[in-house]
Structure formats: structure tokens, C-alpha cells
Design a protein around this ligand. Structure first.
Ligand SMILES: Nc1ncnc2c1ncn2[C@@H]1O[C@H](COP(=O)(O)OP(=O)(O)OP(=O)(O)O)[C@@H](O)[C@H]1O
Length: 276
């Protein structure tokens, strides 16, 4: 029997508005969901449905001058909505890691991967430079990236998109965050790298009990990865169910439409080998 998992991230009555010349426009409204420990929650919906606005709200990355975020966003009971930048910076990366669609945007082009990796580790831990570098090498090795020491000396443009995405996941994983928000983590990758990245995320969840908010417009990916799914349309949650329920008995017409157009993707579950 499934034991009751602890709620790690709790979103209540999230309502995000943006100021425009014509007044305030609502981008998402009445968003309620929770992310349980060690679970993967899929967030699906067509382009423009509000998935990124929701994740940016959790990370408090909106421009506060133009955006108004109402509602409650708690991480292990701590309210994030309204926290100042300094406090959020401590939480982002350490407690909530963010993996974005285009990994090239996550790295500064003028610094080596090693510099950025080591700095990220040192920002959130008390490790010295040498220890941080050793950790970086170990973690890169564990995500099957070849010759980690050489890789650390490279610049982002010298790596493929798939490799960069794996480096980004390795950086996220080594700080053992409670939550990973993965926003279309595989969209820019070929099928081979898609599978590698999804397997890595699943391994991190198994190893560290990390909870993952997996954002995708691709129900094929969601069906293989998620425990529970929420479906968004036009800034609202239209359906919320466990993954089997959603795929076997979709309730909302929009979910039925998404299901009819879904591509299939099979992810072979491997015995767990991820070591840090
Ligand atoms: N800063 C902004 N100012 C005005 N409108 C915005 C802003 N950010 C997002 N929007 C609008 O909010 C809506 C939701 O956008 P969002 O990026 O969350 O969609 P999405 O579901 O993530 O789409 P995609 O799958 O294409 O990334 C869209 O209509 C978008 O144009």
C-alpha cells in the first residue's frame, strides 16, 4: 500500500496578472496543486496555456513591477510568494532547481563550464574550490559524460545541446534540491538525448526523493514519467488526476483532444545506477 507522502510544494489560489497599457490582464487564475515528496507531477497544456507563468511564479522570477502574483506558494511550509530577491536567490538552485528548455540560456558564454559549475556549488555550500571541482567531476561522471575533467575546461558553445542539458541536470542534482522544475527539458533534444535526460531525472527522484514538476506539451513524455498530471488551458487548470486515471478516463474535452494527438515515447526503466 502506498504510504502518504509529504507535501513539499503547495500552490493555493495562484492568480497572476500583468500590467499593460490597457489595464491588468490575467495570465493564470485559480491554480491549485501540490507536489508530494519523491513524486513527478506533470503539467501539460498547449502553448500559451500558462505553464511557464506558473513555474516562474513558483521561482519568483517575474518582473515584480509589471506582474502581480496573488495566492500562496509554500515550499516545505515556507511561504515563497513575496520573498525578497536575496532570500529567493538562496532558495533557487539549492532548494528548487530549474531546468529549462534551452540549456544554452542557462550558461554564461564567456565562462567555462567548470567555472560556472564550481561557482554554483560554492554559492550554496561551504566547499572550497578544490572540493567543489572534485564534486563536479564525480557528478559529471555519474551522468555518463565522458572525460569530466576536460569537459569542465570547455565553454558552453563547445558542447552539444544534449550534453549541456545533462551538465545542467548534474549541477541541479549535486545540491540535492527538494524540488526540480523542469520546463520542457527535452523539447530541444533528439530522441536519444530525450531518453537520457528523462532517465536522469527519474534517477535523481529515486536516489534523493526529489519532487519534480515536469512541464511539457508532450503527453507521451508525461505518460511515461509522471505520477500525477494537471492539465492547463487558457490560464486555468481544467483537469487534475493520477496519470492512469487521466489517460484511461480523461474527463475534460481538452484533455481528450490532447490525448488523441499524443505521440508515443517508451522509456526503458533501468536498474538504478546514479551515484554521487
Ligand atoms: N510578461 C508577459 N507579459 C504579457 N503576457 C505574458 C507575459 N508572460 C506570459 N504572457 C502570456 O501569458 C500566457 C501564458 O504564457 P506561458 O508562457 O505561461 O505559456 P506556456 O503554457 O508556458 O506556453 P509554451 O508551451 O509556449 O511555453 C500567454 O498568452 C503569454 O503570451
Amino acid at each position: 500500500m502506498e504510504t502518504t507522502k509529504q507535501t513539499i510544494l503547495n500552490i493555493r489560489d495562484l492568480h497572476v496578472q500583468v500590467k499593460t497599457h490597457n489595464g491588468q490582464i490575467t495570465l493564470v487564475k485559480d491554480i491549485n496543486f501540490e507536489l508530494k515528496q519523491g513524486k513527478i507531477l506533470g503539467l501539460v497544456g498547449e502553448s500559451g496555456s500558462g505553464k511557464t507563468v506558473t513555474s516562474m511564479s513558483i521561482l519568483q522570477l517575474h518582473d515584480h513591477k509589471n506582474m502581480n502574483i496573488e495566492g500562496s506558494i509554500t515550499l516545505k511550509g515556507k511561504e515563497l510568494n513575496g520573498l525578497d530577491n536575496r532570500e529567493m536567490r538562496k532558495i533557487r538552485g539549492k532548494d528548487i532547481a530549474f531546468i529549462m528548455q534551452n540549456p544554452m540560456n542557462a550558461f554564461t558564454p564567456v565562462f567555462t563550464i567548470g567555472h560556472q559549475f564550481v561557482e554554483t556549488i560554492r554559492t550554496h555550500t561551504s566547499l572550497n574550490k578544490k572540493q567543489a571541482k572534485e564534486l563536479a567531476v564525480d557528478v559529471l561522471h555519474s551522468v555518463n559524460l565522458p572525460e569530466p575533467s576536460k569537459l569542465l575546461k570547455k565553454y558552453p558553445f563547445q558542447l552539444s545541446g544534449g550534453m549541456l542539458q545533462r551538465v545542467m541536470i548534474a549541477m541541479a542534482a549535486c545540491l540535492h534540491p527538494s524540488v526540480i522544475i523542469a520546463d520542457e527539458p527535452t523539447t530541444a533534444l533528439d530522441v536519444h538525448n530525450q531518453l537520457l535526460v528523462l532517465r536522469l531525472l527519474d534517477n535523481i527522484r529515486c536516489e534523493f526523493g526529489t519532487s519534480i514538476l515536469l512541464i511539457s506539451h508532450d503527453l507521451g513524455v508525461i505518460s511515461e514519467m509522471a505520477d500525477d498530471v494537471i492539465v492547463m488551458q487558457k490560464g486555468r487548470v481544467v483537469e487534475k488526476a493520477d496519470v492512469f486515471e487521466l489517460f484511461d478516463h480523461p474527463q475534460h474535452d481538452y484533455t481528450k483532444k490532447l490525448l488523441r494527438t499524443r505521440p508515443s515515447l517508451y522509456i526503458e526503466k533501468q536498474p538504478y545506477t546514479y551515484q554521487l
